[in-house]
Design a protein around this ligand. Structure first.
Ligand code: PLP
Length: 352
């Protein structure tokens, strides 16, 4: 049988698993790499632009790639419970994979700062949800303290198996293109994913699967841009809640990825993020969540500045699904109009 059985099955030789490792999977990965010609034309980008739509993973974000590894290894180690701090997507993913594995899941969320779709996932999958009266960084601090003293596995991206699983996104991109991209654009929050992708590209090059490496281009939100500024942000602010992080755990490895690949980490404003968010949906028919659009916002910014020569192959990672955060969509878009049940009135509006 050749049906898709998830990233561990597909990329086993590149992952720290044994034949005896129990594989807990929801068939994550195998997400589409979409040629985005309309978006490229609209923003004046002359090269080849691809969007890796990670919002089509089982719980709607790339976190599932890391979670299948983290949960499988937790089961292998005999753990009975997992815990994480989350801006929403990690909790949704941890809760789902824990449900599949029969583990208890505890998730700590910054109160009032998690999109409703993500919160509803965590509760539906049966996690114990604890809202912390603080921000993500406060929640992660508590999780790390509890992980030191209680018999519970931390499944945040400080768990090295998360990074291992997430690097398979790079494998899929290279498998699809038959090469590596020239530039890899990606949103940066806790900075685990940029770290993971860089590791994936390097692993693939070492294995002889690709000849060159992409430049890693990371994007933070202006109000939550500690890596760009060079110091932790006490009270990070951005509409893009999935990257609303003031003191990223993988700060150093992210800087190393950027340094080794001759890339960069820069910031985009909430306005630029929302513009990109709407453009991806209206030109390509792809609904991503606001944080995801930071990668495209970065591409728009550099294109406008004349950064590209015109023949580059660029991949932007769309990290999560727009359906997780309908509130933001309804706030930034044209509102539906209400009319009486009257053919004439409707025809007036359609006006073709
Ligand atoms: C987690 C997440 C990010 C940030 O990824 P990091 O690994 O924390 O840098 C970006 N977008 C979405 C949708 C996410 O869920």
């Amino acid at each position: 049988m050749s049906y898709w059985r998830g990233i561990i099955h597909k990329y086993r030789e590149f992952l720290p698993v044994e034949d005896s490792t129990p594989v807990i999977t929801l068939c994550e990965g195998n997400t589409p790499l979409i040629y985005a010609e309309n978006l490229a034309r609209t923003i004046g980008f002359k090269g080849d632009l691809f969007l890796k739509y990670e919002g089509l993973n089982p719980t709607g974000s790339f976190k599932d790639r890391g979670m299948t590894m983290a949960i499988s290894k937790a089961v292998e180690a005999g753990k009975k419970a997992v815990i994480c701090a989350s801006t929403g997507n990690t909790s949704a993913s941890a809760a789902a994979y824990a449900a599949k594995a029969g583990l208890k899941a505890f998730v700590l969320l910054p109160k009032g700062a998690v999109a409703l779709g993500k919160l509803s996932q965590a509760v539906m999958y049966g996690a114990k949800v604890i809202a912390i009266q603080g921000n993500f960084d406060d929640a992660l601090y508590i999780v790390r303290k509890i992980g030191e003293t209680m018999p519970v596995e931390i499944v945040n991206s400080l768990n090295p198996y998360r990074i291992e699983g997430q690097k398979t996104g790079a494998f899929e991109i290279c498998d699809a293109l038959g090469r590596s991209p020239d530039y890899h654009f990606i949103p940066v929050g806790n900075a685990g994913n940029i770290t993971a992708y860089w590791k994936g590209y390097k692993d693939y090059k070492r294995a002889g699967k690709i000849e060159s490496l992409p430049r890693m281009m990371g994007w933070q939100a202006e109000g939550a841009a500690p890596i760009v500024k060079g110091y932790p942000i006490k009270n990070p602010q951005t509409i893009a809640t999935a990257i609303k992080i003031g003191n990223p755990y993988s700060w150093q490895p992210a800087l190393q990825a950027v340094h080794e690949s001759k890339g960069l980490i820069d910031a985009v404003s909430d306005e630029e993020i929302l513009h990109a968010y709407k453009l991806v949906a209206s030109t390509e028919g792809i609904f991503c969540e606001p944080a995801s659009a930071a990668s495209v916002a970065g591409l728009i910014k550099l294109t406008r500045e004349g950064f590209f020569k015109g023949k580059e192959v660029v991949v932007c990672i769309l990290t999560g699904n727009g359906l997780k955060d309908p509130d933001t969509a309804m706030k930034v878009c044209e509102q539906p109009i209400t009319l009486p049940p009257d053919v004439e009135k409707v025809a007036e509006v359609i006006h073709l």
